[in-house]
Design a protein around this ligand. Structure first.
Ligand SMILES: [Ca+2]
Ligand SMILES: [Ca+2]
Length: 147
């Protein structure tokens, strides 16, 4: 009886450690900026999901942006051409891709659903350098367009 009770306690402790490990890993997936609502992928002129000091000034899409030269960040006159420094994929199902040139040409990187990159300058997923800083000109969810 004593032995059985000790084993049970051991099992409970082990379970708590596993749960603790899972919880500790959760912050790696940061929450989407509130301005980038569900179903959208978003881009900002500056790092940390901001344009002109506000996270509310952004370029967002629910399908694609084929040519960022045609757009400005919302509430600003700042061109989205070769200017994005951060992005978040708050889509419901798809990964999102970001290309260096308009019409999905050139080098690209991918953000999984729920993934953001708050600073292209310190690298993007799959690429360690700041190559994509101020360089993205098209983007799309993978169901619309993929490399
Ligand atoms: Ca910029
Ligand atoms: Ca980065």
């Amino acid at each position: 009886m004593k032995r059985s009770s000790r084993s049970l306690l051991g099992a409970a402790t082990a379970l708590a450690i596993v749960v603790g490990g899972v919880l500790a890993a959760a912050p790696a997936n940061a929450a989407a900026p509130s301005s980038c609502t569900s179903g959208r992928a978003c881009l900002w002129d500056n790092a940390n999901y901001k344009t002109a000091n506000s996270t509310g000034n952004l370029l967002w899409f629910v399908q694609y942006v084929d040519d960022a030269r045609r757009y400005t960040y919302s509430n600003t006159k700042i061109s989205a051409h070769d200017s994005a420094n951060s992005a978040f994929n708050n889509g419901r199902t798809d990964a999102a891709y970001f290309w260096e040139h308009e019409q999905y040409r050139g080098l690209w990187f991918k953000l999984a659903r729920g993934q953001g990159d708050s600073d292209f300058g310190n690298g993007v997923p799959g690429r360690a350098d700041g190559y994509f800083n101020n360089r993205v000109d098209s983007a799309a969810f993978e169901s619309i367009h993929r490399p």
